[in-house]
Ligand binder design. Structure first.
Ligand SMILES: NC(=O)C1=CN([C@@H]2O[C@H](COP(=O)(O)OP(=O)(O)OC[C@H]3O[C@@H](n4cnc5c(N)ncnc54)[C@H](O)[C@@H]3O)[C@@H](O)[C@H]2O)C=CC1
Ligand SMILES: CC(C)CC(=O)C(=O)O
Ligand SMILES: [Mg+2]
Length: 360
């Protein structure tokens, strides 16, 4: 298979973890006889430094002409700590999602047996966790207008806006996923307070009649934040709006073992992009301590979702599980004798090659 992949490594640890994900893709290409061509472009603080624009036109063009996009992370403390910054790396991320129409962010959460003993949560609670969050990605409070400050600067406002169409398109994806899983869908919202959440409930209830095999339930987000930790195995497919999905999936990463472990797929009608759920972790940039597995698992999602290469995707996932089993992990997971980012990536590459030889 011949495919073009746009690479947007971004800021902080973005380039380090993305490099390891590309190594995993190359290992798959080499062993299965595929040809992946990569085109790198700028986003985030790196793009602001070079062009003044956090999502330059050339980057957008590269994304639009690619078969799939692999994204690292954006963000830099020089902007986080400057309340007056007019241009921010995060604007690039949001513009990218909006302009490419990436409305559904799919974030799978599962436990790893090898990591159960290091979890702050009890083993019997998290063992066997397997759910997936469908987070709406191009609407809600991160995008709504009006937003800003009053003239005297003493009041600030953000708007949370959702249309029925925005809710419907991601809901169909989530229901379809539930049909192919354990047939349970939980809509997480705040319908006791928010008008947008009430529209979500109304719309999702209407759509549910098209998916009679899927059991639908509703949960307020504050309760869900607690239940996800208390009984994660109760969840199968979680459907939610943009900000709630952002927050509960960082929380859920504790069940897997580290924020550095969780991958995601950002899906639209024309483009698809694959990104670890973490940010640019600037404290770790350049130190070689960042966990590359979330990025590597995002590459596995790319193979499955964008190229329908299920076997190749599974090989990467198995290689990652083997690296965890072998205790070959970065310091967020492995406290004694941790490995560095590159060593973990190398181990995964070796495992991929070994697993392919065994299955051949
Ligand atoms: N998708 C993106 O590009 C995102 C960007 N950001 C940006 O990233 C910057 C830092 O934000 P934070 O809130 O500190 O979030 P962060 O996700 O970068 O880091 C939070 C904490 O998670 C852990 N962590 C994250 N990635 C890890 C990895 N690969 N390996 C090991 N541990 C890891 C570390 O303990 C870290 O202190 C900000 O500028 C923020 O705006 C934040 C979230 C998402
Ligand atoms: C930086 C935010 C805009 C996004 C975020 O935290 C995420 O997508 O996980
Ligand atoms: Mg986030």
């Amino acid at each position: 298979m011949n495919k073009n992949i746009a690479i947007l490594a971004g800021d902080g640890i973005g380039p380090e973890v993305t490099a390891e994900a590309v190594k995993a893709l190359n290992a798959v290409a080499e062993t299965f006889g595929h040809q992946f061509k990569y085109a790198e472009s700028l986003i985030g603080a790196a793009a602001i430094d070079a062009t003044g624009n956090p999502f330059p036109e050339a980057t957008e063009e590269s994304c639009k002409s690619a078969d799939a996009i692999l994204f690292g992370a954006i963000g830099d403390p020089k902007y986080d700590n400057d309340p007056n910054a007019k241009v921010r790396p995060e604007q690039g991320l949001l513009k990218m999602r909006k302009n490419l129409g990436l409305f559904a962010n799919v974030r799978p959460v599962s436990s790893y047996d090898a990591l159960l003993p290091i979890s702050p949560l009890k083993e019997h609670i998290i063992k066997g966790t397997d759910f997936v969050v469908f987070r709406e990605l191009t609407g809600g409070i991160y995008f709504g207008e009006p937003r800003g400050r009053s003239e005297d600067g003493n009041t600030a406002f953000d708007s949370c806006v959702y249309s029925k169409t925005e809710i419907e398109r991601i809901s169909h994806l989530a229901f379809k996923a539930a049909e192919n899983r354990r047939k349970k869908l939980t809509l997480v919202d705040k319908a006791n307070v928010l008008a947008t959440s009430r529209l979500w409930r109304e719309t999702v209830k209407e759509i549910s009649s098209q998916y009679p095999k899927v059991e639908l339930d509703f949960m307020f987000v504050d309760n869900a934040a607690m239940k996800i930790i208390q009984n994660p195995k109760d969840f199968d497919v979680v459907l939610t709006e943009n900000m709630f999905g952002d927050i509960i999936t960082d929380e859920a990463s504790v069940i897997s073992g580290s924020l550095g472990l969780l991958p995601s797929a950002s899906l639209g009608t024309k483009s698809s992009l694959f990104e670890p759920i973490h940010g640019s972790y600037p404290q770790a940039a350049g130190k070689g301590i960042a966990n590359p597995l979330g990025a590597i698992l995002s590459a596995a999602m790319l193979l499955e979702y964008a190229f329908e290469l299920k076997e190749e995707s599974q090989i990467i996932k198995d290689a990652v599980a083997n690296s965890l089993k072998a205790g070959f992990a970065t310091e967020d997971i492995q406290k004694e004798n941790p490995k560095n980012t590159k060593e973990v990536g190398d181990f995964v590459v070796k495992e991929i090659k070994k697993l392919v030889t065994v299955s051949a």
